[in-house]
Write a protein that binds this ligand. Structure first.
Ligand code: KG4
Ligand code: ZN
Length: 330
């Protein structure tokens, strides 16, 4: 069975072809990122227009690399949310038209669930329940998965982890997106130079990263930014965010009584976070699923994978499928 995955929730226009549940035949990602850079963040209207222009070509390229024809596709899976409404609508409309024309089933996929599914393309998913950590530009969430259902254990009350990286990078005069830049500079800085701390909410697994962003801003107003202290600020900020993510992930695994942990989303590309999650897994004897870099950032392989799996579980969408910017976990 061949599943076509389509992703347009933010600035990546992506299509992928998956055979069965594990054989990725192609994955093509085109990004409109460079058109947003001068605005310091993704501009929804610009993202939508680029999806509209790019989608057709990205699909053709995905089919060509997979060596399949459109008529060979058995299922169309598309991101239905969460994400930017205009951007989502382009993908959903395209997918609906395609499914109708081909006479094949359509399935709307949750983008955050798909970030976790990205881990199970190359490796079979854990047999028992697992904790999932999704850290992206728009979301920070801990969930427990068991018997086809997700339960949210904690989520961000304000800025997402990636968003905090992007905003702090801006304060430090670095480019957009800020995550990779901070990651690079932090490697040369002292993580204990400044005692930043992410929000602590007693007994809760929720996250808050807006206070730490303000703390960096005040620090910079008081002391300025130089080439020397910039690396220290990057390292100190990164350490504080990663400490908080890892501490709550450890607590989530303990409370949820799981033996497996899966992590996905753009921030999983972060060097320190990857290292610290690996240490956590070793120390707690957890089976760790860490998205490889190419599938941590937005892509359609994860959408195809999530679609193929849910389809086998009996889920279907009708041609009335809509885009939902706040789509919740199923
Ligand atoms: O999952 P993603 O590609 O898009 C969303 O669904 O939001 O995540 C993008 C986010 C951006 O905020 C970016 O700064 C962050 O992931 N990011 C990183 C790194 N690479 C990307 N954050 C920290 N360290 C990185 N190496
Ligand atoms: Zn994403």
């Amino acid at each position: 069975m061949l599943t076509l995955g389509i992703e347009t929730s933010c600035d990546e226009t992506a299509c992928a072809v998956l055979e069965g549940k594990h054989t990725l035949r192609s994955s093509v990602v085109a990004s409109s990122l460079r058109h947003h850079v001068r605005f310091g963040g993704v501009v929804p209207e610009i993202a939508s227009r680029h999806h509209f222009v790019l989608l057709d070509r990205v699909l053709e390229e995905a089919l060509r690399r997979a060596r399949v024809r459109l008529k060979d596709i058995d299922l169309v899976a598309v991101t239905a949310g969460p994400g930017l409404i205009g951007a989502l609508l382009v993908g959903v409309s395209f997918a609906k038209a395609l499914a109708a024309r081909l006479g094949v089933p359509l399935l709307g996929v949750n983008h955050l669930e798909a970030h976790l599914e990205a881990n199970f393309i190359e490796r079979e998913r854990p047999a028992g329940p697992y904790v999932g950590l999704v850290v992206s530009g728009g979301h920070t969430v801990l969930v427990r998965y068991h018997r086809r259902r997700f339960r949210v254990l904690g989520e961000t009350l304000d800025d997402a982890a990636g968003e905090a990286f992007d905003k702090v990078a801006k304060i430090l005069g670095l480019g957009y997106p800020g995550g990779p830049e901070i990651d690079r500079l932090a490697r040369r800085g002292n993580p204990h130079a400044v005692a930043f701390r992410a929000g602590v909410l007693a007994g809760s697994l929720d996250f808050s990263f807006s206070g730490i962003k303000t703390a960096v801003l005040y620090h910079v107003r008081r002391h300025g930014v130089s080439v020397k202290n910039r690396a220290d600020l990057c390292a100190s900020f990164e350490r504080a965010v990663v400490d908080d993510l890892v501490r709550k992930t450890r607590e989530a695994c303990r409370r949820a009584r799981v033996r497996a942990l899966a992590a996905g989303g753009g921030v999983v590309a972060n060097t320190l976070l990857r290292r610290r999650l690996e240490e956590l897994a070793r120390e707690q004897a957890l089976d760790l699923y860490l998205s490889p870099f190419a599938y941590a950032i937005d892509n359609a392989a994860m959408i195809a994978r999530a679609g193929a799996v849910r389809f086998r579980e009996g889920r279907r969408s009708s041609l009335a499928l809509g885009a939902d910017p706040n789509l919740s976990w199923s």
